[in-house]
Design a protein around this ligand. Structure first.
Ligand code: NAG
Ligand code: NAG
Ligand code: NAG
Ligand code: NAG
Ligand code: NAG
Ligand code: NAG
Ligand code: NAG
Ligand code: NAG
Length: 793
């Protein structure tokens, strides 16, 4: 047993080498470019072992600045103490603390994003009669305003409230912070950026932000921004005389909004950038000023704004970054991809980003930029396994999904094998064609109810010939419907690509020289006994025809939730067998692990089997990974998605922090993902190497329970029952039945009941597979509902 596993480990290491070898052989050009030869020409420093710092295309050539809007407002109520404290803890050094200035009736300055305090405080409860209407830049605004209250009325009584529904409200109830609280929040004091959004309005109410700042002597303020030219001009003279000289930044609002001093539209002011230089050293613009986005949410080519401004000596800061407001389909829901588009695009770099999610901006700036061509660090031990190819970007199991997976750096590409009526083995997530194809429009007459496969009716692959299946178009769908918190996937790719037979898939894998393939086999007993289809035989033959059973350079993994299927592949020792644990388990006691060990070298577990959550927070890690490792079983975890709605709050709406947690803290051996590109970018970054101690900003795994500890208990629902432990008795399946004559499908529609569902529990695959992997999302819906209830009350 142990020899076998040692061999397996060597194999994995060997295959990691092979990636490099193979890529070098395949693209000698790139290989040479990447390797030391050219490095020496380009950077003579490399010989001494100190690579020169990357060249940033910012105005000064320095690293872009990170400006944390209201602190880490992506998680905590904005401008709260937790929000600022967390920037100190989970953001790169030198991050700038952003504060939107509001002033009380007695000119006390504090930080709150909106002029109307009702938006993100509990003021309506404290002062129920306090609602008023003011004209703000020509428009009536109704709400609660700081100018109606003295500081000693407001500050002791009013607390902050999370106002964004996708963010937790378990951190509500913190006091408002004075500007002085923020400038002295850490030691050494942070750099602070003060935004004065409504100077004209405050002056109309006889309160002067400029006088307030003068009285403060600008102490601790490094930047002052405003969308009002009059304010910047008036403060300019005062700043010149001050000891600390904050930089002044002109903030652009939407192009058709009107600048109050000049009555010009911001879009028109933009056409005369030179006019800004006399009163500001930089501009802050909505990110779409730089990378415009069309109505369909696609990224258009960039404007020349950054280079134009740099030529005039103006710095450019971009605003509007938030992981949970996905900007464009072009980023495939990877929030780091968006930052890189602004700071590492080969044409220009903005001088800073204003973001609600400081940790993700930190990763992009300190870990990922200028790293496109790096290879995996030597200490990287986890494999990237695609889930139906790059199925986040193209319909799973299409040629395009597989091509993208290889391009995006997947080590292992996967095929869930299904059988057509005429015995052709091909790749598709599920035996039910309704999921990934247009079968609903053309083959509804073939719909049937097969409880052995899934509780719902379906149009099953084994009721259609391969010729019929090839007439179907792919359908790119999100794994979770939108009313369940799912996000739509790229409509431009909705029906692109074609499905591959298993033989075509294997040929493709060979041609691309991927590290390996994973073949997932489901429903074998049903196919054999009821449909006369020998799926095990079909896979065996295809692998052998493609000589995967003989050559040893490419790893073959056989995955199944049926031990009798795995048993059939024991003959070829180079095959790695993966037992698929489709249900959620809370523990894997030794007898169950020992049982698995008789059939498999690895297991595939669902995320919730290793990450326990309560109200969408990580409450603990289970021992499942350690228990499997103790028996030398490798652990694959599936399925990873980029969409923030699939991520626990502790991951900060950032798929890389989930990757860091699974790979570094939990030491999983492989991640199975719809988005191999994101896993690959993470694994190639210097920040994924835990032995690298020279990092400016490490991507650190989450500490389970850390956020729950500071959450208000009354904001959390009671935690549910723990997931059951894996039972040894549930593991071994009966021997596969002989292949018999085909039967007809029982006709639909007959609604399935729960007894049938549980009766099917041991034999089925895919339907259940995606069902259980969504558990985290379901708890998000619970959390969302909860936050709705709590904010409405
Ligand atoms: C409240 O705040 C949110 C987030 O900052 C913003 O999107 C929304 O427009 C604000 N609403 C009002 C009425 O100001
Ligand atoms: C606000 O707090 C102060 C001091 O704690 C208290 O005296 C005052 O009554 C409070 N006002 C309201 C409206 O709750
Ligand atoms: C964004 O994606 C669309 C659709 O795939 C593509 O046409 C466009 O070129 C992409 N934009 C950029 C800037 O890459
Ligand atoms: C990365 O590789 C690509 C393709 O080989 C090349 O065009 C590009 O210049 C390289 N980028 C860097 C930063 O070396
Ligand atoms: C056998 O392999 C050849 C070459 O890769 C391929 O063209 C053929 O379709 C395969 N046949 C089967 C039955 O898999
Ligand atoms: C977390 O799980 C471990 C076992 O994996 C257990 O020993 C520990 O008590 C748990 N911690 C909490 C706070 O539940
Ligand atoms: C696992 O492998 C290690 C090293 O290869 C070996 O020392 C150990 O005994 C093995 N443990 C089991 C339970 O197989
Ligand atoms: C699958 O999801 C549905 C709700 O979408 C749920 O009712 C059912 O119990 C789930 N099945 C399993 C096996 O988890």
């Amino acid at each position: 047993m142990s020899r076998m596993n040692k061999m397996m480990q060597y194999l994995v290491v060997a295959f990691l080498f092979f990636i490099e070898l193979i890529t070098a052989q395949k693209h000698p050009g790139i290989g040479i470019q990447k390797h030391p030869g050219i490095g020496i020409q380009k950077h003579p420093g490399i010989g001494i072992g100190i690579p020169p710092p990357p060249k940033w295309l910012t105005l000064t050539g320095q690293q872009p600045a990170l400006i944390a809007r209201g602190g880490f407002s992506g998680l905590f109520p904005d401008s709260s103490r937790y929000a600022y404290d967390f920037v100190t803890q989970v953001s790169m050094p030198n991050s700038i603390f952003h504060c939107d200035l509001q002033l009380t009736k007695d000119s006390v300055g504090f930080c709150q994003t909106e002029l109307n305090l009702d938006n993100s405080t509990n003021i309506a409860q404290v002062f129920p009669q306090g609602q008023k209407t003011y004209k703000v830049n020509g428009k009536d605004v109704r709400g609660w305003f700081a100018i109606d209250y003295f500081a000693d009325q407001l500050l002791p009584n009013v607390t902050s409230v999370q106002n964004v529904l996708t963010r937790p409200n378990a951190f509500d109830g913190q006091p408002l912070l004075l500007v002085e609280d923020v400038t002295s929040i850490s030691k050494p004091p942070p750099r602070v950026w003060l935004n004065v959004q409504y100077d004209l309005f405050y002056n109309q109410q006889k309160i002067s932000p400029a006088l307030y700042l003068e009285d403060l002597r600008f102490a601790g303020i490094n930047y002052i921004s405003s969308p009002e030219i009059g304010f910047l001009k008036s403060i300019g003279a005062k700043v010149d005389k001050a000891r600390t000289k904050p930089k002044l930044v002109f903030r652009f609002l939407e192009p058709d909004a009107i600048e109050p001093t000049t009555n010009q539209a911001y879009g028109d002011i933009l056409k005369n950038l030179a006019s800004i230089k006399p009163f500001a050293s930089g501009i802050l613009v909505p990110k779409t000023y730089i990378w415009p986005i069309n109505k369909e949410m696609y990224l258009l080519p960039p404007t020349t704004l950054v280079n134009d401004a740099h030529k005039l000596g103006l710095e450019v800061y971009a605003s509007g970054f938030a992981n949970d407001y996905p900007g464009s389909y072009n980023y495939s829901y990877d929030p780091t991809a968006e930052y890189l588009q602004f700071i590492d695009n080969g044409l220009f770099s903005v001088d800073g980003v204003l973001t609600d999610f400081a940790p993700t901006a930190s990763e992009a700036i300190a870990c990922l930029a200028h790293n496109k061509n790096a290879s995996k660090p030597k200490n990287s031990h986890s494999l990237i396994i695609s889930h139906n190819g790059a199925s986040g970007d193209y319909t799973g199991c299409t040629d395009l999904a597989y091509e993208k997976a290889v391009m995006d750096g997947a080590d292992i590409i996967d095929c869930s094998v299904q059988m057509s009526k005429d015995g052709i083995a091909f790749c598709l997530d599920s035996a039910d064609l309704l999921g990934d194809t247009t079968a609903i429009t053309t083959f509804m007459s073939k719909s049937s109810n097969i409880p052995e496969i899934q509780p719902m009716n379906g149009v099953f692959t084994f009721d259609l010939t391969w010729t019929e299946i090839q007439t179907l178009k792919p359908q790119l769908k999100a794994p979770l419907s939108q009313d369940m918190g799912g996000l739509p996937r790229n409509p431009a790719n909705k029906d692109k690509g074609k499905f591959l037979t298993l033989a075509q898939f294997l040929d493709f894998a060979k041609a691309k020289a991927v590290t390996g393939v994973l073949i997932n086999i489901q429903n074998a007993p049903y196919l054999a006994s009821k449909r006369g289809l020998d799926i095990v035989g079909a896979v065996t033959k295809a692998l052998s025809n493609a000589t995967f059973d003989k050559q040893s350079t490419q790893q073959v993994m056989i995955q199944s939730d049926d031990t009798s299927v795995l048993e059939k592949f024991k003959e070829v020792p180079s095959y790695k067998r993966v037992y698929d644990i489709t249900g959620i388990i809370g523990d894997a006691p030794k007898p169950s692990v020992d049982e698995i060990k008789r059939y498999a070298d690895a297991v595939d577990v669902r995320r919730p089997s290793i990450l326990k959550t309560t109200a969408f927070f990580i409450s603990n890690f289970t021992k499942v990974v350690d228990e499997m490792h103790a028996a030398n079983l490798s652990v694959h975890v599936s399925t990873l998605y980029n969409e923030y709605t699939s991520l626990a709050f502790d991951f900060f709406a950032d798929p890389m922090i989930e990757l860091a947690t699974l790979i570094e803290a939990l030491k999983v051996d492989a991640v199975v993902t719809d988005y191999p590109a994101t896993a690959n970018v993470y694994m190639r970054s210097p920040c994924s190497d835990p032995t690298n101690t020279n990092l400016e900003y490490p991507i650190t795994p989450v500490e389970p329970g850390a956020l729950l500890e500071i959450a208000a208990p009354e904001a959390l629902p009671p935690s549910g029952a723990p997931a059951p432990a894996l039972q040894a008795a549930s593991i071994v399946d009966p021997p596969l039945p002989p292949v018999s004559k085909a039967e007809e499908s029982p006709k639909a529609p007959e609604p399935a009941d729960d007894k049938k569902k549980s009766a099917s529990a041991s034999g089925s695959g895919s339907g259940r597979r995606s069902n259980t992997s969504l558990c985290l999302c379901l708890s998000l819906v619970a959390a969302l509902t909860l936050s709705l209830i709590l904010t409405v009350h």
